[in-house]
Design a protein around this ligand. Structure first.
Ligand code: FES
Length: 104
């Protein structure tokens, strides 16, 4: 695992999310009142992009069918899928968002 700068915090809208390419993956950074989270930009249900999904607290809602995922654990809520999404450890240092990504 390598800690990598993925974006400037200012690039991620408050109360929203934005995807960035890092280590060959599309990493979705989400910024909510509960903090900054990093998840793989892919829903585990039908592989839609999660970018643009509504965020609330530590949760993101898939924009396609609305499954709610806990961005701390990746676990889904509801019956459409039981498969978690991939989540990454994240930290904010100054204006840099650092994400621990698997080695490419
Ligand atoms: S593709 Fe995300 S809930 Fe169906």
């Amino acid at each position: 695992m390598a800690l990598q700068r993925v974006a400037a915090l200012a690039e991620v809208p408050e109360g929203g999310n934005k995807a960035f390419d890092a280590c060959g993956k599309s990493v979705l950074l989400c910024r909510t009142a509960a903090g900054v989270f990093a998840v793989e930009n892919m829903c585990s249900h039908a592989l839609a992009h999660l970018e643009g999904g509504k965020v609330k607290g530590p949760h993101i809602f898939c924009p396609l069918h609305g499954v709610r995922f806990d961005m701390r654990t990746g676990e889904p809520n509801g019956t459409l899928t039981r498969k978690p999404i991939t989540v990454f450890p994240v930290s904010v240092e100054g204006d840099d968002v650092l994400v621990e990504l698997p080695d490419a």
